[in-house]
Design a protein around this ligand. Structure first.
Ligand SMILES: C[S@@+](CC[C@H](N)C(=O)[O-])C[C@H]1O[C@@H](n2cnc3c(N)ncnc32)[C@H](O)[C@@H]1O
Length: 229
């Protein structure tokens, strides 16, 4: 099945639109169903030799995914500084306060990820992208990964998986109450998702990195790039 990238409704709707609010709630639920926080924590903990001190979340949305990671990891990874980057302003004061309560420092940056990466003054130990990379066609995605690689030692992405079982299951989201925006964007996201080693093929560095890529559960495609020297 060919990869097709099309615009998603949630990217265009203002954050205050009731349909967008419902869809972000759906997204939080879908992240829980897909067990993305759990998957990201387990994979990262197994890969990183020591806790990260800084984490950037690319296309962070409302920050709830990284907050779920913080809830799981704060005892093992104390005092992490996180930067949540998204083009839209969706991160509430309550979310930032909860990071603080867990002993992490969180900063929400409203910016295009390409601009932020190109101008970031320092690198981060770890970068996360959850349901974000599939927004970009291959050429743009290669440009994004070229910006990511020199600025982190560990990059992890949980993405949509472009398979017929995932597309078929995705058609049933109305049954669990997902709204029209979520149902539309889920179909687009699954067609724009990844299989095999498609992300590894777009990673800029041929050596000095350990790349892993695999399917997980029904909907998820997981990619990690870890600097080895
Ligand atoms: C499907 S949502 C995922 C949000 C979040 N990672 C999560 O799992 O809940 C994709 C997010 O990417 C953001 N986005 C899309 N293009 C972007 C860009 N070029 N720069 C920054 N954010 C972008 C959207 O605003 C949206 O919040």
């Amino acid at each position: 099945m060919k990869r097709i990238v099309e615009p998603e409704l949630l990217d265009e709707l203002p954050p205050s639109d009731p349909q967008a609010i419902h869809s972000r709630r759906d997204l939080r639920r879908l992240n829980r169903i897909m067990r993305h926080a759990e998957l990201l924590c387990a994979t990262t903990a197994a890969s990183l030799p020591q806790p990260p001190r800084t984490i950037a979340d690319l296309g962070a949305g409302d920050g709830s995914l990284l907050l779920a990671i913080a809830r799981r990891m704060h005892a093992r990874w104390p005092g992490v500084r996180v930067v949540l980057v998204d083009r839209q302003k969706n991160i509430s004061a309550d979310t930032l306060a909860e990071f603080r309560d867990l002993g992490w420092t969180a900063e929400a940056v409203t910016a295009d990820v390409f601009v932020w990466l190109a101008t970031a003054s320092s690198s981060t130990d770890m970068m996360v992208a959850n349901l974000f990379l599939h927004h970009f066609a291959d050429e743009k995605l290669a440009e994004l990964l070229r910006l990511v690689a020199p600025r982190t030692d560990f990059f992890i992405a949980s993405e949509t998986r472009r398979t017929w079982p995932a597309l078929t299951a995705g058609r049933l989201l109305g049954l669990i109450g997902c709204n029209a925006v979520t149902r539309h964007d889920a179909r687009i996201s699954l067609h724009a998702g990844f299989v095999r080693r498609e992300l590894s093929a777009l990673w800029p560095a041929a050596s000095g990195w350990k790349l892993e890529e695999r399917g997980a559960l029904i909907f998820t495609h997981l990619f990690t790039a870890q600097r080895t020297r």
